[in-house]
Design a protein around this ligand. Sequence first.
Ligand SMILES: C[S@@+](CC[C@H](N)C(=O)[O-])C[C@H]1O[C@@H](n2cnc3c(N)ncnc32)[C@H](O)[C@@H]1O
Length: 294
Amino acid sequence: MTDTVATLGDLQRSGRARLAAAGVESAALDATLLLCAATGERREAVMAYPERMVAPDAAGAYRALIDRRAAREPVSRILGKREFWGLDFALAATVLDPRPDTETLVRAALDWLESRPAARIADLGTGSGCILLALLHERPEDSGLGIDRSDEVLAVARANAASLGLSARAAFTMGDWSAGLPDASMDLIVSNPPYIPRGDIAGLAPEVAAYDPAAALDGGADGLDAYRRLCADLSRVVAPGGAAFLEIGAGQADEVAALLERGGARAVQRFPDLSGRIRCLGAFFAGTGKKDQF
Ligand SMILES: C[S@@+](CC[C@H](N)C(=O)[O-])C[C@H]1O[C@@H](n2cnc3c(N)ncnc32)[C@H](O)[C@@H]1O
């Protein structure tokens, strides 16, 4: 790319070529998204008016964004936001970039919540707050608590709650999984804990290994450390007849289901993502007898 006056089409093509050479799979889309961010143009305009001239300062800003993406920083981190469940979430270096796959857990939890008014929900390892806030957005009567282990992470979640107009029903607090929750205090627990086996992290795509925080990825030697902690305490914090939905990593369904059963779940259900992979487990806890349903 040069410093001379360029068109949208020139910049899109040169950016795409640079990203493809850097090994970025979605080079064309990413170049277009970054061009839109730098110029304020819409995606349709990049396609429909490639001859449109771009001011030199906007072209310079675009080249800087392409440099970052060529270093394998994800577009969402460059732009500082990610769409999840149709809602905009701000990101920071300390929080996991929410993944579309996690919407499997949100869908499963919403189905379970359908017949349960005014539920109390805890999101353990809340990160950006995306799971809890997506649920509260869909469920105006519910309230929730997001727990994470760092104040920097919680500040991002609180800001997301505020920008989505959900602060009145979403509280965030520092904690170590469910340890600080009173007995039988939650109707629903949701969690997407760190589940990558530590030795696998360095081999992940650079977008993940270099840019997602280690605290959001590292599940210990076998990836199951967080589940051991979580599953052992669920039957204490979940109210009678309540449930928990946990995201899981590839191949972890049997082991995590066994941990849930050992932790007192009376039934465990598996939820596949759109590619058919088991992505989430639902655990259902005994009720008082009269209303013991799942
Ligand atoms: C995989 S990320 C999930 C973030 C978010 N819920 C999402 O789905 O995008 C796991 C989160 O768990 C948090 N975490 C790690 N250890 C924790 C602990 N002992 N107690 C509470 N949260 C913890 C991390 O800081 C991180 O935000």
